[in-house]
Design a protein around this ligand. Structure first.
Ligand SMILES: [Zn+2]
Length: 187
């Protein structure tokens, strides 16, 4: 399985044959730094085109700020009245729920970027299940539906039905459960 946590950044974990994959230096599973685009703003990691720069909460907020700075029409324009740097990802979700087209486009773009990353993981690992958690996944269906539609449309044919893609169910306690499962003796 692969877990992606989509929040301020994008983290992840890969479990193969019941074991957490850590890699040679403990750096395996950094799914937020997979490349999903040839170009884009430079990520703190040093690369460009990272998934985290396209689909994290930070990226969603920055995309909204850029669109509004460029004069985009949105409910957010009235609400933030030029103080664009105060727009957070949750505000974009709220606007999308209220029918805002610009906000829905931004969340759909993030969903497509996540789908590209997920397709790469499907091809590389053939996981049984990919779980998506983190605050951004609470954005509702404006991100989720384009994500699923893009996987359904673009994943290589043998892979399309091979991996279940679900939203996480443990909420903010997921990290606690994970830490506990590492500390408990093997069952
Ligand atoms: Zn990066």
């Amino acid at each position: 399985m692969v877990l992606l946590t989509v929040g301020t950044g994008i983290g992840g974990g890969i479990i193969l044959d019941g074991q957490l994959v850590t890699g040679g230096q403990g750096m395996a599973g950094e799914v937020g730094h997979m490349s999903v685009a040839r170009e884009g703003p430079r990520c703190a990691c040093g690369n460009v085109g990272c998934l985290e720069m396209a689909a994290s909460g930070t990226a969603i907020a920055k995309a909204a700020q850029a669109r509004l700075r460029a004069g985009g029409a949105s409910l957010l324009a009235t609400r933030f009245a030029g103080v664009w740097e105060r727009i957070a990802a949750a505000d974009v979700s709220d606007a999308a729920s209220s029918g805002d087209v610009l906000a829905r486009e931004i969340l759909a773009d993030a969903g497509v970027a996540l789908a590209i990353g997920i397709i790469n993981l499907m091809v590389l690992l053939n996981p049984e299940i990919i779980v998506l958690g983190g605050s951004v996944m609470q954005a509702g269906d404006w991100l989720w539906e384009p994500l699923l539609a893009t996987v359904a449309d673009r994943a290589p044919l043998p892979y399309r039905a091979a991996t279940r893609i679900v939203r996480a169910s443990l909420g903010d306690d997921a990290g606690l459960y994970g830490a506990l499962s590492l500390a408990l003796p093997d069952r």
